[in-house]
Design a protein around this ligand. Structure first.
Ligand code: FES
Ligand code: MG
Length: 593
């Protein structure tokens, strides 16, 4: 790589070494000196590297970064940079009410503001828990200063009674056992806790592992970064290498806009299907794409991704957990196999300063039970279906989790495969669902589709992970673990439920789900990628004409700001006004005195 160090003037020098405004420069230098940085360091022509710290006591999924920080800083020092750690607004998926999704855009905003307003030349994005990864990538996209992602890594594998106990999956399984009366409350809690044996993020291919795989597939983290379990020594070494590399990126001026191109997003969509990734990836990647200015449409997830096979045998679509995935080669092994099959744009640039093709040389599966080849996969056509009809313009269905039992029961009517027609039962949010799901008067049986509405970005607010509704206890006791479910919210990436979700536009802004009534017939056609209420047109129009938007009450100022500016899940659930701001790191803010 060309050594561009000589004569380079960094953005941070506008703060620390600006003879045109000595009064301000002195103020900047004196206060950063007071914690021990020397004048020689601050004025010596070295880049300042921010480290966006997402870990804290309140964000345990990312807490490992509080221990990795020494290694990140050592790497930055080693390469000649000056590390400056700073906190961003915390996000914890399992801790934040009403949903962590509400805070993704707040963490994004706080990162943009720090990177724009402080003497920072490049940034290490510490990622992990579900929304932290997209929030960090979205911020890096808007600012467009050199940036590199480092995740904390998944927890060690959980075990319960000799079987792998995976994040989220153990919850869905145990709550069915609880509903069937096979376990009690104490055992329920103990089973679920068994899935979290160490620091780290979820150990299934839920949204956390998916989004960090997406960061790697986009080219935004070092090769092999995302799958390393949190407590492994390789994780600490990766933190050091990441710190070293960001300094080189600043000298080379290698920016997110050089890396996150349309080709990079297409690679990510392909990888998402192959790993059996989360249904949360589409809205998050849509958001990153919009902030970097790449044209990506929710339908691309079907056109580019649907025909890709499932190659990773990891919960929820398969059997294993994060440790096995890492030992089998992780994301580079999957991408290496996909590249051999011609499914990857090998020319896409990455944070290494090399293309995807160069990075992946020699990478292939090291354990074909866990990562298959492209041509002998776990199942064909494993990407998302993007459905449309009179109930929504778009909604996603993750086909890699359609079990044989579900397919037989709902999608295998002879001569009509892939089509299911049934009666709708509609719930107004999760409270209504919990209150009424076991009410026999609803007449829920296996000819029912469960709907939930009012749970999208504006409605909830933030869009809640509630669409994977469990059937009534009586139905579970008959051995039916899933009914078809549909909603304008999301579901956990750890869910094995083939729900139809992320329906956009959502009901509270007048999307089609708003006009559905319990008792309506609904038809799902997976061959045509459609779902429609079978209500005659005049009646449907009368319902639209009579509809009044529900009253919405925000509980905090941020909820109101969010609701005022947020778009729909199909468009990434962005703060719409924020998408107009691009490359803001190039636009120096005014001096502060
Ligand atoms: Fe934080 Fe899954 S809940 S990573
Ligand atoms: Mg979740």
């Amino acid at each position: 790589m060309a050594d561009t160090r000589a004569g380079k003037r960094f953005r941070s020098q506008e703060w620390f070494d600006n003879p045109n405004n000595p009064g301000m420069t002195a103020l900047y230098v004196e206060r950063y000196q007071n914690q021990g940085y020397t004048r020689e360091e601050l004025q010596g022509g070295r880049p300042v590297i921010g480290i966006a710290q997402t870990g804290s006591d309140i964000a345990p999924c990312n807490k490992i970064h509080m221990f990795l920080i020494d290694r990140i800083k050592a790497g930055i020092r080693e390469a000649g940079g000056i590390p400056m750690e700073f906190p961003v607004h915390p996000i914890q998926e399992t801790g934040k009410r009403p949903t962590a999704a509400l805070d993704r855009n707040l963490q994004y905003l706080s990162l943009v503001e720090v990177l724009h307003g402080y003497p920072i030349d490049g940034v290490v994005l510490t990622t992990g828990c579900d929304k932290t990864t997209p929030a960090m990538l979205m911020g890096a996209a808007t600012v467009d200063l050199p940036a590199i992602a480092l995740n904390g890594g998944p927890m060690l594998d959980g075990w319960w009674n000799g079987k792998r106990s995976g994040s989220g999956m153990i919850v869905w399984e145990s709550r069915r056992l609880l509903a069937a009366g096979e376990i009690d409350y104490d055992e329920f809690i103990n089973r679920v806790c068994s899935s979290a044996p160490s620091l780290g993020h979820c150990n299934t291919m839920g949204t956390a592992s998916t989004m960090n795989a997406m960061a790697e597939a986009l080219g935004m983290s070092l090769t092999g970064n995302s799958a390393i379990p949190a407590p492994f020594r390789e994780r600490m070494a990766m933190a050091y290498e990441t710190g070293k590399r960001i300094v080189g990126m600043v000298f080379e001026d290698l920016k997110p806009s050089d890396i996150m191109t349309r080709e990079a997003f297409e690679n990510a969509i392909v990888v998402n299907a192959a790993i059996g990734g989360s249904t949360n990836a589409p809205p998050h990647l849509q958001a990153v794409a919009r902030h970097i200015g790449v044209d990506l449409n929710v339908r691309d997830w079907e056109t580019i991704g649907f025909g890709v096979p499932l190659m990773v045998n990891m919960q929820p679509a398969g059997k294993y957990l994060g440790e096995s995935f890492y030992r089998a080669g992780g994301v580079p092994a999957v991408m290496g196999e996909l590249m051999k099959a011609g499914r990857i744009h090998a020319g896409a640039m990455t944070v290494t300063g090399q293309t995807v093709g160069v990075n992946l040389e020699g990478w292939e599966s090291r354990d074909r039970e866990v990562i298959t080849t492209h041509d002998a996969p776990l199942r064909a056509n494993a990407g998302f279906k993007v459905l449309s009809g009179n109930l929504f313009d778009s909604a996603l269905m993750k086909t890699s989790v359609i079990s044989e039992d579900f397919r037989q029961r709902f999608l295998s009517e002879p001569g009509n495969e892939g089509v299911f027609e049934a009666r709708a039962v509609v719930f107004e949010g999760p409270e209504d669902y919990h209150d009424r799901i076991n009410d026999a008067a609803l007449g829920i049986d296996e000819h029912t589709i469960l709907f939930i509405r009012g749970v999208g970005c504006v409605g909830y607010p933030g869009s809640a992970e509630v669409v994977n509704m469990q059937p009534p206890d009586a139905i579970i006791r008959q051995g039916i673990s899933h009914l078809p479910t549909v909603g304008d919210g999301r579901q956990s990436g750890t869910s094995e439920s083939p729900s139809i979700l992320n329906a956009s536009p959502e009901s509270v802004v007048g999307g089609g789900l708003a006009y559905l009534k319990t008792g309506d017939r609904v038809r799902l056609d997976l061959n045509a990628s459609t779902m429609d209420a079978l209500v005659d047109e005049a009646e449907w129009q009368a319902r639209i004409d009579a509809w009044q938007a529900p009253e919405i009450r925000s509980q905090t100022p941020w909820q109101e700001i969010y609701r005022t500016h947020v778009g729909q899940l199909a468009d990434g659930g962005c703060l719409e006004l924020a998408t107009a701001y691009q490359k803001v790191g190039r636009d120096l803010p005014r001096d502060n005195h």
